[in-house]
Design a protein around this ligand. Structure first.
Ligand SMILES: [Zn+2]
Ligand SMILES: [Zn+2]
Length: 161
């Protein structure tokens, strides 16, 4: 689904979400700034914000230092873009958290703080991938290493997208 332009209501607390434009990736995401601090990503937008090297200053600036409403994390959420479509829970950040995914449009909703957890765990995984690769290949040659890493990520991307 294309970048959603309508004002949508937060699937966790019902408040209207604010659009934040992320310069680095050129996408608009919806943040529940006046409510619970949750973030809604349209299909494939999360992939542009989930790694540590990807710049999300606009998100950080809009939520930093704010206090957000607490919400029931176990309540079923309904996709704000697909009328009354219940979202599915999916484990993320090595099972540390669960995010809500819409099977219809591919949208994802993250509670406040979950995006940073995903970014942290991506960073950790990168290191553990290096270690795993080192045990298999002789990776003194950094070019081989870069290629292996690339293959590995392409594999992951195919699995999840
Ligand atoms: Zn909210
Ligand atoms: Zn949806």
């Amino acid at each position: 689904m294309a970048d959603n332009k309508d004002v949508i209501k937060c699937p966790a607390c019902g408040k209207e979400m604010k659009k934040i434009f992320i310069q680095d990736s050129g996408i608009n995401i919806d943040i529940c700034i006046d409510g619970c601090g949750g973030i809604n990503f349209d299909n494939r937008e999360l992939e542009k914000c989930d790694e540590n090297h990807e710049k999300i200053d606009e998100i950080i600036n809009s939520i930093e230092g704010k206090t957000f409403e607490s919400i029931d994390k176990n309540a079923v959420r309904y996709c704000p873009c697909c009328y009354e479509m219940p979202m599915t829970r999916m484990g993320a950040a090595d099972g540390e958290i669960e995010i809500d995914v819409c099977n219809n449009c591919g949208g994802k909703f993250l509670d406040h703080g979950e995006l940073l957890k995903i970014r942290e765990s991506q960073g950790k995984n990168n290191n553990s991938i290096d270690k795993a690769l080192e045990s298999i290949y002789d990776l003194n040659d950094s070019k081989i290493k870069a290629n292996k890493r690339r293959d590995f990520f392409i594999d992951i991307v195919h699995k999840y997208i």
